[in-house]
Design a protein around this ligand. Structure first.
Ligand SMILES: Cc1ncc(COP(=O)(O)O)c(C=O)c1O
Length: 358
């Protein structure tokens, strides 16, 4: 089971983000091991391509990047959770996204001269993390009390940017703007869906994640439709070809029954690799450039596919689970999920190969 990550595609996708938001700086989300693509190679690639900042969720992820010696500043999207983390963030020069007053108290345990770089995250409607919008005057007072702190700007996160006909996003943007009217500091609103679908969300900084990996956050559109290139191809091999009579059940629970005498291929990939058990019959894989539908339940190490459309299939043939020609967005939808979850679900049994380095 091999995941081939094309770092040239990552560079292309960064350039496409810059084309869409030419006046914005780019904070690239490389959290969750760069959405399963490998934090260090992806971060190094983005860094070499001049990304303005890298963003991770937590300190553990930041430490991985620090050890990889990237030049770009590193933002901690969830901020710090202890005085130790606050001290480490200050020492390492991390950009701390602060979302609550208890985090300000953690930062205040640092010596007054600590020149912590920080952002304030405001809750404009996501209702997950962030200060209420009416906290802005209080937050400005906090900054006045700490002249050594290097305030970077104001962040908010969109809850429904992927729903292009919904008023929630313009409402969030308007609420954010109103709360910050006349207030100094950079602004950052847009994730991938925000920067693709909502030009008004392209402010001083954009924060793409998914789009950098070449997938689309918008339902019904693939990354390729939007000018992005899928960065990861998940591939295995055809392990066996069997012929079964009409009425033969295939695999666990007889979840597929052959409607006629037919060839069934066994592919060496399963939920132990990150291919969800919830993929139903009919979910396609790509073999010899053609689609073969899943026939039977996903098991730990294997899947079974209907080979009636591919009579020339041979044992050993490469089988694409998703990647170029078989969008992860489409495969995820078959299992009722998103490409985000497919990417993050790849397991350590998958071997990673990187191509397209400069
Ligand atoms: C605060 C924040 N900004 C940006 C992103 C990137 O989002 P996306 O991958 O949808 O572009 C995320 C991801 O969840 C996030 O939590």
């Amino acid at each position: 089971m091999t995941a081939t990550v094309d770092l040239a595609a990552v560079r292309h996708n960064l350039a496409q983000v810059r084309r869409l938001a030419p006046r914005s700086r780019v904070m690239a989300a490389v959290k969750a091991d760069a959405y399963g693509h490998g934090a260090v190679p992806v971060a190094r690639t983005l860094d070499a391509a001049g990304v303005d900042m890298l963003a991770v969720a937590c300190m553990e992820e930041a430490q991985v990047l620090l050890e990889s010696h990237v030049q770009a500043p590193i933002a901690l999207l969830e901020g710090v959770i202890s005085t130790d983390e606050a001290a480490l963030a200050a020492y390492e020069g991390l950009q701390v996204v602060v979302h609550d007053f208890w985090q300000i108290e953690l930062l205040e345990t640092m010596p007054a001269e600590s020149n912590i770089a920080l952002w304030f995250k405001l809750d404009s409607g996501m209702h997950r993390l962030g200060f209420p919008l009416d906290a802005v005057p209080r937050l400005r007072q906090v900054l006045k009390r700490h002249p050594a702190w290097r305030f970077q700007g104001w962040i908010t996160h969109l809850a429904r940017a992927d729903e292009t006909d919904c008023s929630a996003t313009p409402e969030q943007i308007a609420a954010f703007d109103a709360a910050l009217e006349g207030v100094p500091g950079a602004r950052s609103i847009a994730n991938s869906a925000g920067l693709i679908a909502w030009p008004d969300a392209r402010r001083d900084w954009v924060r793409p994640g998914l789009a950098l990996y070449g997938a689309s956050p918008l339902p019904g559109q693939t990354g390729a439709d939007l000018g992005f290139r899928p960065a990861l191809r998940l591939e295995s091999r055809l392990l066996a070809i069997r012929t079964y009579e009409a009425g033969s059940p295939i695999g666990y629970g007889a979840a597929y029954v052959c409607p006629e005498r037919m060839s069934v291929g066994v592919v060496a990939v399963g939920y132990a690799d990150g291919v969800h058990r919830s993929f139903p019959n009919g979910t396609p894989v790509l073999l010899r450039g053609r689609r073969a539908p899943l026939a039977g339940r996903v098991s730990m190490d294997m899947i079974t596919v209907d080979l009636r459309g591919i009579p020339d299939a041979r044992v050993g043939d490469p089988v694409t689970i998703w990647g170029d020609g078989l969008p992860a967005e489409e495969i995820a939808a078959c299992a009722g999920t998103l490409s985000y979850e497919l990417f993050c679900g790849l397991t350590n049994r998958v071997r990673f190969r990187y191509v397209g380095e400069v």
